[in-house]
Design a protein around this ligand. Structure first.
Ligand SMILES: C[S@@+](CC[C@H](N)C(=O)[O-])C[C@H]1O[C@@H](n2cnc3c(N)ncnc32)[C@H](O)[C@@H]1O
Length: 392
């Protein structure tokens, strides 16, 4: 019988840090056993007798890259399906596309599905565009990115189980899929509308992440797995690569509150979405600057999408879900020293002062500061959101 290498909690924490650094993913203390199991399996596969030997083996860029691909396939949660969150799809077709092409109907619309998993999201966007017929933009490109190489390979195959189709309108199944035994095969004409690439949104690459490169970014059900540090960097990156009037769609469980001032929040069709502020607008904080606080109650970030144990999702995804649903902080968030208490005769009311007071847990003072803003400033969506968070 093979014995499990003895690793120890301190090394599992170092492993979790390595994962955060390279993949951006954050794991909680209750995931320690699962992380240790994965690490032990990797050490066995690489014939490493100790964690130090495992780390030594990752010293070269090539071995680190290969190992991170292996880990990404094991650690990520790929739960997705076609036509997920149809309210946001309505905003995409009825608000975002018309607004982006209003002054220039010939404008090319470049769409990024960041964290596209096995392709259902970008293919849904492609089918939505096809359904628009003549009112679709003349030229569109769709790129799907994911760090999981197995997910990208599956996306490129374009073959799906009934589970992935569970929210697909029957007329779209009829029009865009063909049945092969228990599988649904996506029509080539839709498949060719989407390009896929294995890439992490958490890693900087100035050649790829170029300014003004995209008009619409979908990054739904992804940011909840990232650490706070990486999340701030990712959102700043999105702000950099979006066109000035670009749209960002996150899931409803992943609000941008307090993470970036680069976006306006808008609400339509029962859904929230973000629009990049124009440079000429004067946000209370500089573009992309993170507010100096995190959520008062950030529990939703620790939650993985729930999946039934009997769902026909592949076994590796079920394992990953188990891991993520147990996350709660292998590496406890660094405890920042409490800022000095801000006294009543504080500087002029502003959004950043309200945020600082909230960070200092002076909720009444934070609310009073926001309420003291000029009436026009009080209507700023970020001010409204901050007030709502304080009052929760
Ligand atoms: C739950 S799925 C979401 C799929 C789709 N966006 C949706 O909403 O249905 C999350 C995906 O994000 C991917 N992911 C996680 N971290 C990532 C990163 N740093 N870069 C790119 N993809 C990432 C995972 O591999 C996984 O496929």
């Amino acid at each position: 019988m093979r014995t499990k290498p003895v690793i120890g909690d301190a090394n599992v924490i170092r492993f979790a840090e390595l994962i955060e650094e390279h993949l951006g993913l954050q794991y909680g203390s209750s995931s320690i056993i699962e992380l240790e199991t994965i690490l032990a399996a990797r050490m066995r596969a690489l014939q490493c007798r100790s964690f130090d030997a495992y780390l030594k083996g990752l010293e070269s860029v090539v071995t680190m890259y290969d190992e991170m691909r292996e880990l990404a396939a094991k650690l990520t949660i790929g739960e997705t399906y076609f036509f997920r969150s149809p309210d946001q799809l309505h905003v995409f077709s009825e608000k975002a596309l018309p607004r982006l092409t209003r002054t220039n109907p010939a404008r090319q619309i470049r769409i990024l599905s960041a964290g596209c998993s096995t392709g259902e999201e970008p293919y849904t966007l492609a089918m939505t565009l096809r359904e628009l017929g003549k009112s679709a933009p003349a030229e569109v490109s769709i790129l799907g990115l994911d760090i999981n190489p197995e997910a990208i390979a599956k996306a490129q195959r374009g073959r799906y189980s009934a589970w992935a189709m569970r929210a697909t309108p029957p007329e779209c199944i009829e029009k865009y899929f063909r049945r092969e035994h228990s599988q649904f095969v996506l029509d080539q004409s839709v498949q060719t509308m989407v390009r896929f690439e294995e890439r992490s949104i958490a890693r900087e690459d100035y050649q790829f992440w170029q300014s003004l490169h995209f008009d619409i970014i979908f990054c739904r059900n992804v940011t909840m797995y990232l650490s706070a540090r990486v999340l701030g960097e990712v959102i700043a990156r999105f702000a950099r690569v979006l066109a000035p009037d670009g749209f960002l769609f996150l899931s409803h469980a992943e609000p941008l509150r307090g993470i970036s001032q680069a976006f306006h929040v808008e609400h339509a069709q029962d859904s929230y979405y973000y629009v990049l502020r124009k440079a000429a607008e004067s946000p209370a904080l500089p573009r992309s600057a993170a507010l100096p606080f995190r959520f008062r109650n950030d529990a939703p970030r620790a939650l993985a999408p729930s999946m039934s144990a009997t769902s026909p999702i592949s076994a590796s995804y079920q394992t990953s879900s188990l891991i993520a649903s147990n996350r709660a902080g292998v590496k406890p968030a660094p405890v920042e020293p409490a800022p000095p208490r801000l006294e009543a005769a504080a500087p002029r009311p502003s959004l950043s002062l309200g945020a600082a007071l909230m960070k200092a847990e002076q909720y009444d003072e934070a609310l009073a500061t926001l309420e003291a803003l000029a009436p026009a400033d009080r209507l700023d969506p970020d001010v409204l959101l901050l007030m709502a968070i304080i009052q929760v």
